[in-house]
Write a protein that binds this ligand. Structure first.
Ligand code: PLP
Length: 419
């Protein structure tokens, strides 16, 4: 069944890339739970290894269930192709490794998800690769950081946990004027709020573990290629064989062929299935996440026990105007942070909560809370925590889709009971 060109994102998430005629009439694809596929003849397997048939060989390389999710995510993000992987970190690692050689540099935002920060600062450093961290909202700083060794620019649509929103279009223009691609981690915004490729980004990455699957039951990641970047420039001599083989999809081929299949960062087909199931309600959930987060931010902002609130939806946020324009007035995401007096109060608050789950995740339909300073960032040096604004008084809240009155009531009783 060919996909009709639906205008409404609520329809697109449900009906795009559906093909029940290939799934015995089922409305979601079967879970192909097989490590390898049988071939009738020696010639057929040899042809498939030679790239002549498009058939499957071994599930570390491709899987039919995963391919449905790849097509759907590429389509929702206005990309030309995608590869799904075992986690968001697998996607980030492969997306960057495909571009990097020892001695290279790249430019990235200084407010990045914790494991991305570790990968960029600690692990890449071992291979003499240097991440130049800059303020993502400062276009001049980005321009000044570019050198002949720079291979790409990397940002998050909404920085986790700083909640800063950079102008993707401006950064893409700077990148392209210097022959560089822009990579965007769109996990916190999702294609419901923002489609970075439409704003000029060249590669989009997601942790599908979060809003895309939406129920805290499937781990995964994806790399989506716009197919628009010209990799024949002088900065990318190593792209020649991939351009010869795949043309516009040279980058995705490099990610897949050189890294994904050899690093073995395979997505389990069950997790692709669960992510496809979750995607059916992405637009509906995001609408509610955004509406609830806005009300919760306003509630916290006027609460006497709360010292400050960081949410791009508040007019006081330095990201408010950019987010308003860039997200087309659809909202500001479901994640926020706020401050209490100190770490002890944060612990007391979390321990008082009755409904809200205390765990290290975000983007679940349930409301989730964490004290990042003493958990995800526990092993970070004090000066780095200060640098990236992870302070002892900070609580991070991933606002879910429950009734907002119940969320606020739980927050309120926990704040009232502070010791
Ligand atoms: C913005 C962002 N990118 C990437 C990741 C990593 O995703 P995963 O946990 O699926 O590896 C996370 C995880 O929280 C995240 O918040």
């Amino acid at each position: 069944m060919p996909s009709a060109p639906f205008k409404n994102f609520h329809t697109r998430v449900i009906h795009e890339c559906q093909s029940p005629e290939n799934w015995d009439g089922a409305t979601l694809p079967p879970i192909y739970q097989s490590s390898a596929t049988a071939h009738a003849t020696a010639e057929s397997l040899s042809d498939t290894f030679g790239g002549k048939t498009g058939e499957h060989i071994y599930m570390r390389l491709t899987n039919p269930t995963n391919q449905v999710l790849e097509q759907k995510l590429a389509s929702l993000e206005s990309g030309a192709g995608a590869v799904v992987m075992s986690s968001g970190m697998a996607a980030i690692t492969n997306a960057c490794m495909a571009l990097l050689r020892a001695g290279d540099e790249f430019i990235c935002a200084n407010s990045l998800f914790m494991s991305t920060y570790v990968l960029f600062n600690n692990i890449f450093k071992k291979y003499n690769i240097s991440a130049k961290m800059v303020e993502a909202m400062d276009s001049d700083a980005i321009k000044q950081a570019i050198t002949p060794k720079t291979r790409f620019i990397y940002i998050e649509t909404i920085g986790n946990p700083k909640m800063d929103v950079a102008r993707i279009q401006d950064i893409a223009e700077i990148a392209h004027a210097n022959g560089l691609p822009l990579l965007v981690d769109n996990t916190l915004a999702t294609p419901y709020l923002c489609r970075p490729i439409e704003l000029g980004a060249d590669v989009v990455i997601h942790s599908t573990t979060k809003y895309l699957s939406g129920h805290g039951n499937a781990t995964g990641g994806v790399v989506i290629d716009s197919g628009k970047f010209d990799w024949s420039g002088e900065r990318y001599p190593d792209f020649k064989p991939f351009i010869d083989r795949k043309g516009a999809l040279a980058y995705l081929d490099k990610v897949w062929r050189e890294h994904h299949i050899n690093f073995g960062t395979t997505q389990a087909p069950l997790h692709s299935y669960l992510t496809l199931l979750g995607l059916d309600t992405l637009a509906l959930r995001m609408e509610r996440h955004v509406a609830n987060a806005t009300k919760v931010a306003q509630f916290l902002n006027t609460h006497p026990a709360v010292k400050w609130v960081n949410y791009p939806g508040l007019e006081t946020s330095p990201s408010h105007q950019t987010a308003k324009e860039q997200f087309g007035g659809l909202g500001f995401g479901g994640l926020l942070s706020f401050g209490l007096a100190d770490q002890q109060q944060c612990f007391s608050f979390i321990n008082n909560l009755k409904m809200i789950y205390h765990l290290a995740n975000l983007g679940d339909c349930k409301t989730l809370v964490i004290h990042p300073y003493s958990s995800q960032y526990l092993a970070f040096a004090e000066e780095i925590k200060q640098d990236i604004a992870i302070t002892p008084d900070l609580v991070r809240l991933s606002v879910g889709i429950e009734g907002v009155d119940d969320i606020c009531a739980d927050l309120d009783q926990a704040l009232q009971g502070l010791k």
